[in-house]
Design a binder for this molecule. Structure first.
Ligand code: GLU
Ligand code: ZN
Length: 313
């Protein structure tokens, strides 16, 4: 029995890039009889937008993607993350950090490449977990002592070796009072929900060795990982607002059928030869990992014009 998940962050509307990863995940799961969990990663409270939670289900249903369990919201699971933090404290794997740095500010959200900062210099690393008691009145985060777990085998990319000590260093697992960091929440959730296959965008690759360290520290079974290339703009950067409005709602507003969007994505994955409308369900017999290009999918206004979409900025 295999289990996978769709794990969107409702910090904004879902766009074409999210749709491509969701489609690959859904097809990989449905062709393997995997259970699909929908998990809403909503712990990043100031950035989470309530309307994004609602529009998420609309977007997934529009694309023809369903799920078996959930939606489960991370904000309902705080006690689980607190238990895990307590275990890490007991083992002295974490220490309280009083630095105010951008990796702490962003810790509740997944660190997509552009959020990866410099290596933490270790200013607070000589503290013990119990020193937190004497930090009364001072805000602090919890950092995990990084090490190198060695290479892991990615289901799409093959062997990958990224050393957390060289990327970011000691990383944040708890941001502040009631806010766990993405790294800890995702590991606790994937383990407890029995997730066997994690499929996500390859800009989260540097998070994977960190998560492997947490699986090991918490003595939890590790899932298999598969990281897929992103959708980027013509400027080579991850698809975002600067590229114009590629929210799925914008396609709906221009009267473009979901099958056209799915067809464009299917073509980008090499499952069909021409850009033509097709439903997610009809892709079940065409899905394969092998044809998905190793390079990112570049979305230019021309590509979008092929399905009748006008890119407005
Ligand atoms: N919620 C994360 C995001 O949307 C994905 C996390 C994951 O798949 O591990 O960026
Ligand atoms: Zn510090």
């Amino acid at each position: 029995m295999t289990v996978t998940r769709l794990a969107p962050s409702p910090t904004g509307a879902q766009h074409l890039g999210n749709a491509r990863t969701f489609l690959i995940t859904w097809l990989a799961a449905r062709t393997q009889n995997s259970t699909i969990i929908l998990r809403i990663e909503d712990i990043d409270s100031p950035r989470v937008k309530p309307e994004s939670v609602t529009s998420l289900a609309v977007d997934l249903e529009w694309l023809g993607l369903d799920w078996d369990v959930g939606p489960i919201r991370q904000t309902e699971r705080l006690a689980r993350y607190q238990d895990a933090l307590a275990q890490l404290q007991q083992q002295e794997r974490v220490y309280p950090c009083t630095c105010s740095r951008s990796d702490i500010a962003h810790a509740a959200s997944a660190p997509h490449w552009e959020h990866e900062g410099p290596v933490y210099p270790g200013n607070c690393a000589n503290r013990r977990a119990s020193d937190a008691a004497s930090l009364t009145g001072r805000p602090f985060a919890w950092r995990f002592r990084a090490s190198d777990p060695g290479p892991f085998c990615d289901g799409f990319m093959g062997q990958v070796h990224l050393n957390p000590c060289e990327i970011g260093g000691d990383f944040v697992v708890w941001k502040s009072a009631d806010t766990p960091a993405y790294q800890l929440a995702v590991v606790v959730d994937d383990a407890e929900m029995g997730v066997t296959h994690v499929i996500r965008g390859d800009d989260l690759l540097p998070s994977t060795p960190r998560q492997i360290l947490l699986y090991q520290a918490l003595v939890l079974p590790q899932p298999q990982f598969a990281h897929v290339p992103l959708v980027i703009g013509a400027d080579g950067r991850r698809l975002a607002k600067r590229h114009g409005d590629t929210r799925l709602s914008a396609f709906r507003e221009q009267g473009i059928a979901a099958e056209r969007v799915v067809g464009l994505l299917a073509w980008s994955c090499g499952w069909i030869d021409r850009i033509e409308p097709i439903s997610a369900r009809d892709l079940l017999r065409l899905f394969q990992w092998a044809t998905i290009p190793k390079q990112p999918f570049v979305v230019s206004p021309d590509v979008l014009a092929a399905i009748g979409f006008r890119l407005n900025s």
